[in-house]
Design a protein around this ligand. Structure first.
Ligand SMILES: Nc1ncnc2c1ncn2[C@@H]1O[C@H](COP(=O)(O)OP(=O)(O)OP(=O)(O)O)[C@@H](O)[C@H]1O
Ligand code: SF4
Ligand SMILES: [Mg+2]
Length: 375
């Protein structure tokens, strides 16, 4: 393996991303760290509201402007005051920890290409977003323009970043056709002139993946690439992602609450609930032999055939996740899973667990890991 194959392309370090709401701060992402190496596909897997999309927005430099906009639409006085405190702290070069008060916005580091993305201005970010880092947003097939054909729309993602005017029509069309061919759209010469309504939902989703590929990004983020489609279509989308992994040496962040999607497309996975990564490790290990009580419960709450077989074989008890996820507008003391965990004890309520590396590259945040029954 060449040295650069192992290079870390993205490192998210102690990232916090807090929204404001009428009920105060919403701690959507709370101190998470992970990295993605060149050519590696990393998943964020977890329940709804865990903070997965917020991580993507933070990497894309969209979190803060979006959450300020929500705050200003809500016209809430407390939110306004918190954002003012945030801006004053920034002017003085201080973090929320240093001023001893939790604040909205983003903190931590997102290292990419030798730079901390959180220090970039919007002009520099525009060179990265949609170019070096591309995004297939959640529920995004609606974002396709119904009046423009697929080739034109796919080409737009290249033209938009051609600030030096180095591209020409022939080069752009060649790359468009290559990308559409890669995601197996059939006769691309024929289909490139078709409009989104002439494609199925699954094909539209694959076109969006093609669009995210043609700038030849370093990192592609796909947020829930397989939601709201049936199993057969899901499989075609997953195959398209697998082809992309094989053919292009790009790094990927795949966000999903679907075990099959993560198992089939990721090398490593971080399992999220309540703004925290509870377990991080090789996807095959985490999905087949989960170590953390949350991962186990989440996988059990919607078991695949493989998990059902395992449950029967090992005579495990099927148990979903009781209760509701914690309210992110409240400070969480102790373990974020303590209210719903069947193994919780006093220590879990009092102290937030530290991460422990239980085997090489496999991290778990649980006080009682050693005492848990085998899976
Ligand atoms: N604009 C906002 N203002 C306040 N809170 C928000 C806002 N957007 C999201 N949140 C909250 O932040 C938390 C994380 O949301 P996020 O969308 O990142 O979760 P997710 O893991 O992507 O969930 P899903 O699987 O449903 O897409 C949730 O509790 C959500 O309610
Ligand atoms: S720390 Fe305690 S509450 Fe949290 S997952 Fe482990 S056993 Fe459960
Ligand atoms: Mg989401």
């Amino acid at each position: 393996m060449a040295a650069e194959d192992n290079e870390v392309v993205l490192r998210v370090e102690r990232l916090k991303a807090f929204y404001t709401s009428s009920r105060g701060l919403v701690r959507a992402v709370n101190n998470i760290t992970f990295e993605i190496r060149r050519g590696e596909s990393v998943g964020l897997f977890g329940e709804s509201g865990a903070g997965k999309t917020t991580v993507a927005l933070a990497i894309l430099g969209l979190f803060e402007s979006l959450s300020r906009r929500y705050a200003s639409i809500a016209a809430n006085e407390d939110s306004k005051r918190l954002w003012e405190l945030r801006d004053n702290a920034r002017k003085r070069g201080l973090t929320s920890d240093q001023i001893g008060q939790e604040l909205p916005g983003i903190e931590g580091h997102i290292w990419f290409g030798g730079r901390d993305l959180l220090t970039l201005n919007e002009k520099d970010y525009r060179q990265i977003r949609g170019n070096e880092i591309t995004y297939v947003p959640q529920g995004s097939t609606k974002s396709l323009n119904p009046y423009s054909n697929i080739a034109e729309q796919t080409a737009e993602s290249l033209w938009a970043h051609d600030i030096d005017n180095t591209l020409n029509e022939r080069v752009v069309m060649k790359r468009v056709l290559q990308a559409l061919d890669l995601i197996e759209l059939g006769d691309v010469d024929l289909r490139k002139t078709m409009k989104p309504s002439q494609f199925s939902v699954g094909e539209d989703q694959r076109v969006l993946i093609a669009m995210a590929l043609i700038p030849d990004p370093v990192l592609m983020i796909a947020d829930e690439p397989t939601t709201a489609v049936d199993m057969a279509i899901q499989q075609r989308i997953l195959e398209a992602i697998q082809i992309v992994r094989r053919e292009m040496h790009l790094s990927m962040l795949i966000i999903s609450n679907n075990q099959g999607t993560i198992s089939q497309t990721c090398d490593k996975v971080g399992v999220m609930t309540a703004g925290h990564i509870m377990e991080f490790g090789p996807a095959a290990t985490v999905m087949n032999s989960p170590g953390h009580p949350f991962t186990r419960a989440f996988i059990m709450s919607n078991p695949t055939m493989q998990v059902i077989r395992k449950i029967k074989e090992k005579k495990l008890r099927i148990r979903g996740i009781p209760g509701k996820p914690p309210d992110l507008a409240e400070t969480i003391a102790g373990c974020p899973f303590k209210e719903r965990c069947e193994y919780a004890q006093d220590i879990c309520r009092e102290l937030k667990p530290e991460y422990r590396e239980v085997e090489a590259g496999h991290w778990i945040m649980c006080h009682r890991y050693e005492e848990l029954p085998a899976w």
